[in-house]
Design a protein around this ligand. Structure first.
Ligand SMILES: Nc1ncnc2c1ncn2[C@@H]1O[C@H](COP(=O)(O)OS(=O)(=O)O)[C@@H](OP(=O)(O)O)[C@H]1O
Ligand SMILES: Nc1ncnc2c1ncn2[C@@H]1O[C@H](COP(=O)(O)OP(=O)(O)O)[C@@H](O)[C@H]1O
Length: 198
């Protein structure tokens, strides 16, 4: 449904001014990967580093989104599409607010990640594929979810009974079953410096 009788209000303080005041560009660091691949760990560690450097940051992940804004959504394909659509729109608002927003969601479908990418300028979307084999994710299984999924107790479980579509052209691939957390974080920070985002 499109918005009718709604008039866009141009903000008095613009994104550019917020970025100047913050002394860095704003962008989305979009972490994607299987459950247990390390998205939350890396997003939180990268945020900590950026925060220590004085950047304005915020991390969106399941704890603050699936328990709040998206508590009405489950894990059918349709619900995942809507989950990611809302997260993408919220992320865009953070970019407009001059913030570096880090998102840590499986976001299994290529099409939905593309929708998120298309909402902002091309330089503002950094897709980070947290690559980790299904075997290693299952071995880690910190929440015991893979074990349950294998027993058939969780329907539509990503990697088991629901697909994960690998990114074809992400800005960064982190081999997170071969690197330590510290090495992975360094790789991401190096990329951000190279791209002059920080
Ligand atoms: N069916 C099913 N499939 C995958 N994951 C499941 C499922 N049910 C619950 N969980 C838990 O929910 C977390 C994934 O939520 P996301 O919002 O990231 O998923 S998605 O992007 O909408 O696909 C995921 O968290 P992470 O392990 O942090 O990825 C799981 O803990
Ligand atoms: N590079 C790494 N090497 C070893 N273990 C890791 C690495 N990155 C994350 N982990 C561990 O893997 C598990 C899953 O990480 P988590 O960040 O919760 O994944 P996700 O958010 O993708 O589900 C955690 O126990 C975490 O400590």
């Amino acid at each position: 449904m499109s918005a009718t009788n709604i008039v866009w209000h141009t903000a008095t303080v613009q994104k550019k001014e917020r970025q100047q005041s913050n002394q860095h560009k704003s962008c989305i660091l979009w972490f994607t990967g299987l459950s247990g691949s390390g998205k939350s760990t890396l997003a939180n560690e990268v945020e900590k580093k950026l925060f220590e450097l004085g950047a304005k940051t915020y991390t969106l992940d399941g704890d603050n989104v699936r328990h709040g804004l998206n508590q009405d959504l489950g894990f059918t394909d349709e619900d995942r599409v809507e989950n990611i659509r809302r997260i993408a729109e919220v992320s865009k608002l953070f970019v407009d607010a001059g913030v570096i927003v880090l998102t840590a969601f499986i976001s299994p479908f290529k099409q939905d990640r593309q929708v998120a990418r298309d909402l902002v300028e091309s330089s503002e979307f950094i897709e980070i594929y947290v690559k980790c084999s299904l075997e290693e994710c299952e071995r880690r299984d910190p929440k015991g979810l893979y074990e349950k999924a294998r027993r058939g107790e969780i329907p539509h479980f990503t990697g088991i009974s629901s697909p994960y579509e690998e990114p074809l052209n992400p800005e960064l691939v982190i081999e997170n079953d071969q690197l330590s957390v510290q090495q992975a974080v360094e790789q991401i920070i190096e990329y951000l410096k190279k791209e002059q985002l920080i």
